[in-house]
Design a protein around this ligand. Structure first.
Ligand code: UDX
Length: 427
């Protein structure tokens, strides 16, 4: 089989398929990425994946290429290219999906199946099937959305919570069942649907997760105004298994390469369909989320006595969430940059994302160690919930900073511990 696109999804999928015993050739148009992967180097941080990449390459079941001609003879092609937000619009940018399908359609002459895994607006699979047919190819199109979380890509690839097959024929379903046989035998349920349903499952899943986060953050605002404790509320809500505790973590809100763009693409879809109430509902999820970044910034300003100007601010966290070096739409980095723009001298520390953050925001400072970032700080802002940060000793840090001000943007610290060490703690 072939895997087209070796980003987060494609690299994880290619390695996962090789682990299942398939003969995999993975393609990317980025020569540097292919050179790194061929040398068993992951171009991003992902726990456990590097080891499996090495094993897969050494076993001979996984190799990499930049040439579509080399993959043309595969029986199954998985399209795993990116669909980022289109600049200046809420829609997804589909240029890479379209070009992958055209490149394949021009070359795949024997019966084969082209399986889209990228997250796309509803209607894309049908359009791609028309493109393939239009080129006279005998390949069939299926859509098999992915649900993998960064930081847990291996688990989500090899033990997914479910598999969704958007297919138009029993043959395509059978082929996908054969591809995933070990996973299905391990107990992952399969949902078989039409194209539009399969496409919408993915976007709905992410929109629902985003809704849970914005919901608890909306309740957090009511709590701030009334003195109630949102963490206790989340705990109590979580015991109701109709609700569940996951994704009820209040704080700085969601970021990353998926939730923000998917919620915006769904908004654009609802607006295109002239479903005004639905569009408004979905839009508010993003609006509440963005407001959390402003709130963190204003809490920080308050702790600094009214202004960031000339102040030294230590930011703990640059990644959009722990266990990744991904800084796409990172709430932590957005707040750090905003504090810098308001005149603070900002020093950021992140266990693994410092280099990726420096790549996009070279104007702020970075430090390899927490104490270096915190030296002479007037304020510490904890903005990504890395477990390392929960263990920071407030007494030890007291000797390093200039003012003991802690803004815990992710509710990971124990307030009493910090307050009893003389810190002004806000969350
Ligand atoms: C998400 C989906 O979880 C995954 O199924 C899909 O395939 C891709 O998008 P990911 O982007 O890796 O995965 O991030 P996720 O773990 O969902 O976290 C998203 C954001 O929500 C992070 O910024 C995280 O910090 C934030 N979050 C999460 C909260 O603010 N509160 C929570 O309770 C949980």
């Amino acid at each position: 089989m072939s895997v087209i696109g070796c980003g987060y999804l494609g690299a994880s999928h290619a390695v996962g398929m090789a682990q299942l015993g398939h003969d995999v050739i993975a393609l990317d148009i980025d020569k540097d990425k292919i050179a790194a992967l061929s040398a068993c180097e992951l171009p991003f941080f992902e726990p456990g994946l590097g080891e499996l990449l090495r094993k897969s390459v050494e076993s001979g079941r996984l190799r990499f290429t930049t040439s579509y001609d080399e993959i043309a003879g595969s029986d199954v092609h998985f399209v795993c290219v990116g669909t980022p937000q289109l600049a200046g619009s809420f829609n997804a940018d589909l240029r890479w999906v379209e070009s992958a399908f055209v490149e394949l359609a021009q070359r795949v002459t024997e019966p084969a199946i082209i399986v889209g895994r990228s997250t796309v607006p509803v209607g894309t699979a049908r359009r791609m099937a028309d493109v393939v047919r239009g080129h006279g190819s005998r390949a069939e199109v299926a859509w098999n959305p992915e649900f993998l979380r960064e930081g847990r890509a291996v688990e989500d690839t090899l033990q997914p919570a479910r598999l969704v097959f958007g297919v138009e024929s029993p043959q395509a379903e059978q082929l996908l069942r054969a591809v995933y046989r070990p996973i299905i035998e391990d107990g992952s349920p399969v949902v078989v649907a039409d194209y539009a349903t399969a496409e919408l499952v993915k976007v709905s899943a992410n929109a629902f997760l985003a809704t849970k986060i914005s919901f608890i953050n909306a309740i957090a605002q009511i709590c701030e105004a009334t003195g109630a404790d949102v963490l206790r509320i989340a705990e109590a809500l979580g015991y109701d298994n109709r609700i569940g505790r996951d994704f009820l973590g209040p704080g700085l809100g969601f970021g990353g390469g998926c939730l923000p763009k998917d919620i915006r693409a769904l908004y654009a879809c609802a607006a295109d369909l002239r479903l005004a109430d639905v569009a408004t509902f979905i839009r508010q999820i993003d609006v509440i989320n963005a407001s959390r970044r402003d709130r963190a910034l204003s809490l920080g300003r308050e702790l600094l006595g009214g202004s960031y100007a000339e102040k030294r601010v230590c930011v703990l966290g640059a990644a959009f969430k722990p266990n990744t070096d991904d800084v796409r739409d990172s709430p932590a980095l957005a707040v750090a940059v905003a504090a810098h723009q308001e005149g603070a001298r900002v020093v950021v520390h992140d266990p693994v994302a410092t280099e990726s953050a420096r790549g996009v925001h070279p104007e702020i400072e970075y430090a390899d160690r927490i104490v270096m970032a915190a030296r002479d700080a007037d304020l510490i802002m904890l903005l990504t919930d890395w477990t390392d940060f929960a263990d920071i000793d407030p007494v030890q840090l007291s000797g390093v900073v200039r003012c003991r001000n802690m803004l815990d943007g992710r509710n990971v610290l124990t307030p009493e511990r910090w307050r009893s060490a003389g810190w002004t703690y806000r969350a």
